[in-house]
Ligand binder design. Structure first.
Ligand SMILES: *Cc1c(COP(=O)(O)O)cnc(C)c1O
Length: 361
């Protein structure tokens, strides 16, 4: 199978080989050294300010979305949430569950956030802002400079779900005035699912220490305390953390994060050019698109997007990424993260062409 989903994505050969080893015991100085290195490299790749720290959470990306909501906000906050797709909606659900007062900025799915969407919230007493970097369900890349400037001007704490956007799109905590940001192991880092990572600046560290949420597993102050000696409070996905270390070092040795951004952009552009004459409409305009993923609507009447996912899986041995909810029958996605070659993209495009020939698309 060739995998064009947005996670778990295709892993590098080096990552797979490392995954064959026994899992070592981890309460050791050797493992602590690796964890300190992971923390340093993640901070550097997020372009985090001095004295930033990382919380290593065993749990998928959603665990760190929930952990962020619990550790950075309380019922005394008043937060803005950008809801432009299913991951924005998840932030809304989380703030509802944890009793954080919020206002939704609801966008038509597939459209970007504009200055007009923020204007009425200037000087309106908001204390937090929650947003995705890339809304993976639609492929929209939000304008983080616009959002960061708004938050800085208004003294608002900015929490960014960069789970899918990290490595695919340009992201700088420093330049974009981001206080805390998350990513997950099975997206562009191309590791097995299991871990998610939160990068916290000094304000975020202060916030979670002050809030000190009533939770054992999601208590970030305890992660930060154990992290000082390169450890986690509970058993982490040790194997994934070793693969993370190897991957981060390989990224560092091969042109850093800018080079990763460039590779994702090249894959996205190559694919988008190759499908220009096929019967698809881009769900999100190219200028607003993330390099992580392309969301497509088949244009021929009666064509069901989920059915295309099934045929491509069963008859061509390729996974594209189906959409859920209201979009399930109209939209599917093609991911550009993970270890994907141009030849594999050609194979997918040929499969689409064959479906056109067969009258299915
Ligand atoms: C994948 C993803 C997540 C996390 O999903 P999990 O299934 O919990 O790993 C969160 N936010 C975004 C934007 C994502 O793409």
């Amino acid at each position: 199978m060739i995998n064009f989903t947005v996670g778990p994505v295709q892993m590098d050969k080096e990552t797979r080989e490392l995954g064959q080893n026994q899992i070592p015991y981890f309460r050791t100085p050797e493992f602590s050294t690796i964890m300190k290195e992971n923390e340093k490299l993640l901070c550097s790749f997020f372009d985090a300010p001095e004295n930033s720290r990382v919380v290593f959470m065993t749990g998928s990306g959603t665990a760190s979305m929930e952990g962020g909501v619990m550790n950075f906000f309380t019922k005394d906050d008043k937060v803005l949430i950008v809801n432009g797709g299913s991951f924005g909606h998840r932030l809304v659900e989380l703030c509802g569950i944890h009793g954080i007062p919020f206002t939704e900025i609801k966008l038509d799915y597939g459209t970007p956030l504009a200055q007009e969407n923020l204007a009425k919230f200037e000087n309106a007493g908001y204390t937090g802002f929650l947003v995705q970097l890339c809304e993976t369900s639609t492929g929209v890349l939000y304008d983080m400079n616009l959002i960061g400037d708004f938050c800085q001007r208004n003294g608002i704490f900015l929490f960014v779900d960069a789970v899918s956007g990290f490595m695919a799109d340009r992201f700088s905590m420093k330049e974009m005035h981001v206080n805390a940001a998350i990513t997950g192991s099975q997206k562009a880092l191309a590791l097995p699912p299991s871990m998610s990572f939160t990068i916290l600046d000094e304000k975020a560290i202060e916030r979670c220490q002050k809030i000190n949420p009533r939770s054992l597993y999601f208590n970030y102050p305890s992660y930060l305390k154990d992290g000082e000696r390169g450890q986690t409070p509970f058993t982490p996905a040790v194997g994934t953390l070793l693969q993370l270390n190897q991957k981060l070092k390989r990224i560092e040795a091969s042109g850093g994060i800018e080079h990763q951004n460039k590779l994702a952009r090249e894959r996205a552009e190559y694919f988008r050019n190759a499908i220009k004459d096929l019967p698809f409409k881009l769900f999100c305009a190219e200028k607003d698109s993330s390099n992580c993923v392309t969301a497509l609507c088949p244009t021929k009447p009666g064509v069901n997007a989920h059915k295309i996912f099934e045929i491509i899986k069963d008859e061509y041995g390729i996974w594209i990424c189906p959409n859920g909810g209201d979009m399930a029958e109209k939209v599917f996605r093609v991911g550009h993260i993970g270890s994907i070659s141009k030849e594999e993209i050609d194979t997918l495009v040929d499969a689409f062409k064959d479906l056109v020939k067969r009258g299915i698309l």
